[in-house]
Ligand binder design. Structure first.
Ligand code: F3S
Length: 387
């Protein structure tokens, strides 16, 4: 590959991975079984990023392993209804065309693990998108670093990644014990716990005690928040995650930090303001089928007048449609979009004034992007949207 025998794109990809490995002191490259590629929204890529992708495609880049794609900046079919400008839509279409011509599956979701991209425990993968990284490392116990768009594409094209970081067992040991002293009653609470943890720990690996009985949806939102306020890529949950028992062998002598409900409340006040007329969003990370069902049950008989937006993957959308859930949400005046989300869509150009969300990750970014933001449970989002 380095000699260019497999073409320019492969040579450039392997050069990138070798350079990265050298920086981090990797001894070798290892095969990876799959890739999840970020950097898909035209909002983030712009013209320069799009041209770079097109160059990769035209110089022979082709995926040799399974590769899925993170959200784009719009629903690829319903972008007009979303209010996305045409110029943006043209750019976004070019991005998807480039990825598809390289053999990337146009899944456009940050929860590929909900639509059948589920790496086995202990396998090496190259995933980007911080919530997906946290989920694949922690809940599935596969191994990846926090990759970027270019490095995941390079791994997809070459089938390898440099062996360092979370790919090695020694870097998967817990660094701090997080003792949870709070009743966690909603996914918003779990999201808040993740957010506080990330702020306190930076990139260190937490070992949670006292997480309670959390469902998969709470794990996904907690991991997303951990990876937003900090750069956590892996967490262990006592009695919950697959590597927790192994991790428990390394707890002796490490510091314990207690997190209370007050800590979560305080973190919330730093994000929240009081927007007039916000758009209420569910689906950061993208909704699971269970969340679609819950939303449909909550909105039945309400009048949402286009104020509630639900984001999910095409895979989950199709299942929800078969089950009649999309119709229920849309009949109540809610909107359901695929391929995109409340952070990577061009919200300013779409005329949004403020954002309501049940996700600390979503709230963090909407504040960072200049929107006044509400953080609420899904029940209260629906209630307000229906006022
Ligand atoms: Fe996913 Fe967008 Fe949130 S990519 S985790 S829905 S910011």
């Amino acid at each position: 590959m380095m000699n260019g025998e497999e073409g320019v794109a492969v040579r450039k990809s392997i050069e990138l991975l070798v350079a990265l490995g050298s920086v981090f002191g990797a001894e070798k490259l290892v095969p990876v079984e799959s890739a999840h590629i970020s950097g898909v929204s035209y909002k983030n890529l712009g013209e320069a990023g799009t041209e770079w992708l097109e160059e990769q495609a035209t110089t022979g880049a082709k995926c040799r392993i399974r590769a899925t794609l993170n959200p784009a900046g719009m629903d690829m079919d319903k972008w007009k209804e979303m209010g996305v400008p045409e110029e943006f839509a043209i750019g976004q279409r070019r991005v998807l065309d480039a990825f598809e011509s390289m053999g990337v599956e146009p899944t456009c979701t940050c929860t590929p693990y909900l639509i059948g991209h589920v790496p086995r425990r202990g396998t090496q993968v190259a995933w980007a998108e911080s919530n997906a990284v946290c989920f694949v490392n922690s809940v599935l116990a596969a191994r990846t670093n926090r990759e970027s768009g270019p490095t995941t594409l390079a791994s997809a094209v070459t089938g390898v990644a440099a062996l360092y970081g979370y790919r090695l067992p020694e870097n998967r040991k817990p660094a701090k014990i997080i003792q949870v002293e709070a009743d966690l009653n909603s996914r918003l609470d779990y999201s808040g716990l993740g957010y506080v943890t990330g702020k306190l720990l930076g990139s260190a690996v937490p070992y949670f005690r006292g997480l309670g009985d959390l469902d998969m949806e709470s794990m996904k939102t907690m991991g997303a928040a951990c990876a937003t306020s900090g750069s956590i890529a892996l967490w262990h949950g006592e009695g919950i995650t697959p590597e927790a028992e192994w991790a428990a062998g390394y707890l002796e002598g490490i510091e314990t930090i207690t997190i209370t409900k007050e800590d979560i409340k305080e973190a919330k006040t730093k994000i929240v303001s009081d927007p007039d007329n916000p758009t209420y969003c569910i689906g950061c990370p993208h909704c699971s089928l269970k969340e679609m069902e819950e939303t449909a049950n909550l909105v039945k008989g309400k009048s949402l007048d286009g104020k509630l937006w639900v984001f999910t993957s095409r895979g989950v959308y199709d299942q929800a449609e078969k089950g009649g859930l999309i119709k229920i949400i849309e009949d109540a005046g809610g909107r359901v979009y695929r391929d995109t989300c409340m952070v990577v869509a061009p919200l300013h150009e779409m005329g949004w004034k403020g954002v309501g969300t049940n996700s600390f990750k979503g709230g963090h970014y909407s504040t960072a992007h200049g929107f006044e933001t509400k953080l609420q449970t899904v029940e209260s989002l629906v209630k307000e949207a229906a006022k």
